[in-house]
Design a protein around this ligand. Structure first.
Ligand code: HEC
Length: 436
């Protein structure tokens, strides 16, 4: 099919050069495979729109679309044709869609859109390794089944002014962590009952963290309209409210539940910019639904481990922190959690050990932790922790020279610290007090 080669090569070149993908556009293997598939003609060859499009829409289009966070528009069959082998490789080595917590430990809201359904990979592979028929395009354009936007927001807060990141940090080239104080207009307490970021320049926003800082602890420089560099200074960890990464769906608490923002605190938004493009201005923010009072107050319990020392060179090092829920502690209900480590983190697990010795899985992401894709997971069913139970939280790191995120050459022993070249092990966990 010589005439097709041009249309196949063109998007490949456009996409692959900036991505540095060398295998791109080299479709020698695919053509051989396609020829091989011709032998099995009695089996209907898969078609793009009929067979592949639903999976791409469900799992990739949220990010890989015009103006989206990921490169390429995967609703265009020519783009998918050009990138097919790279896409399959990214799925097979677990990089795409970006890894998230395992819903089979405990299901969480939106898990069906964040993970591949059984068989989805094989359907795509069958198309990649066949004649790559396109089929009839549907009447309406392909789109992601979930719109990651919050409905009914009554508070929409943007950072004070448009900001263009400069990426001055030499330890993390191409990354900038910027904190902005958001003006809520409140001097009294209020509650956040639902929230989601307002993303302006999706292609440079890697993740965001929303937290509060007590007014009497706030460095006045943080009030600057263009914010402050804050990679190593997230304020008090118990002020954490939420973490977001692209693709995450809005967080909506059930009726009557909310997180308090004290009138004595300011709301701070940390934006992690990533230099996929330089000179791109951004004015992102947060949309929220709020209430003056709630019947169930959700509180942040920062389950953390501090006593670890990750040996230099160790490829798989785990450390577990245990909190014994002693007699006299009130029962708590656990609504969700946000696991957090730094760049060497590779996996996490949180579970409740019941008084009778049984275990209840809370959150598991072994080999699934990705510093660049940190999410808050809100459980579909919120379990209760009672006196006599223990809560365990385990973090796993790769401190070897082979870890592509390794910052030291040669690797060094790493302990707890706020700096990116130190490590953390937190499960920022949303709880309410009492059985209900
Ligand atoms: C949550 C957003 C998001 C989703 C969902 C997503 N991607 Fe990506 N993808 C990205 C971002 C961001 C990049 C560029 C940075 C990187 O490589 O991490 C990327 C890069 C890629 C690349 C090129 C670089 C590489 O890693 O090989 C491929 C291919 C890719 N994605 C395929 C897919 C496929 C296939 C799906 C769906 C099954 C998918 N992605 C779902 C965000 C996403």
């Amino acid at each position: 099919m010589p005439p097709l080669r041009l249309t196949r090569a063109a998007p490949a070149l456009l996409l692959c050069l900036p991505l540095g993908i060398t295998a791109c556009g080299d479709d020698g293997d695919t053509k051989a495979a396609a020829e091989g598939a011709d032998g099995a003609e009695d089996q209907a060859a898969p078609e793009f729109y009929a067979d592949v499009a639903p999976m791409l829409a469900e799992n990739c289009l949220r990010c890989h679309t015009e103006g989206g966070q990921g490169p390429g528009d995967f609703s265009d069959p020519a783009v998918v044709d050009a990138l097919a082998d790279v896409m399959l490789a990214a799925i097979d080595d677990g990089r795409m869609p970006p890894p998230v917590a395992d819903p089979s430990c405990r299901d969480y809201i939106g898990s069906e859109h964040l993970t591949l359904k059984a068989g989805a990979r094989d359907t795509f592979a069958a198309w990649v390794n066949s004649a790559r028929l396109i089929g009839a395009a549907p009447d309406s354009p392909m789109q992601a089944p979930v719109a990651p936007e919050l409905t009914g927001a009554d508070m929409e807060l943007l950072i004070p002014a448009t900001y263009t990141p400069v990426y001055a940090d030499t330890l993390n080239p191409g990354n900038e962590y910027r904190c902005f104080v958001l003006d809520t207009g409140h001097t009294d307490d209020f509650f956040i009952t639902a929230m989601h970021p307002l993303v302006d320049s999706a292609e440079i926003l890697h993740h965001s963290v929303l937290f509060t800082v007590p007014k009497d602890e706030l460095d006045p420089s943080w009030l600057a309209p263009d914010g402050v560099d804050c990679i190593n200074d997230m304020g008090a960890t118990d002020g954490m409210i939420s973490a977001w990464a692209p693709g995450m769906l809005p967080i909506e608490f059930e009726d009557g539940a909310g997180i308090r923002v004290s009138g004595d605190s300011v709301l701070v938004l940390q934006l992690h910019y990533y230099a996929s493009a330089t000179g791109v201005p951004d004015r992102s923010g947060y949309a929220m639904r709020t209430a003056p009072s709630v019947t169930r107050e959700l509180r942040m319990a920062p389950f953390g481990a501090y006593g670890f020392r990750i040996p230099a060179g160790e490829q798989t090092y785990s450390f577990t922190e245990t909190i014994n829920w002693s007699e006299g502690y009130p029962p708590i209900r656990v609504w969700g959690s946000f696991p957090h480590m730094h760049v060497l983190g590779t996996g996490y697990r949180m579970w409740v050990e019941r008084e009778d010795g049984t275990e209840d899985c809370l959150l598991e992401g072994n080999d699934r932790y990705d510093f660049h894709n940190q999410l808050t997971y809100m459980f579909n069913e919120a379990p209760v922790v009672r006196p006599g139970d223990s809560v365990h939280f385990e973090c796993t790191w790769d401190n070897s020279a082979e870890n592509p995120n390794q910052l030291f050459d040669p690797p060094q022993d790493i302990g707890y610290g706020e700096r990116t070249d130190q490590e953390m092990c937190y499960a920022f966990t949303l709880v309410s007090i009492g059985e209900l």
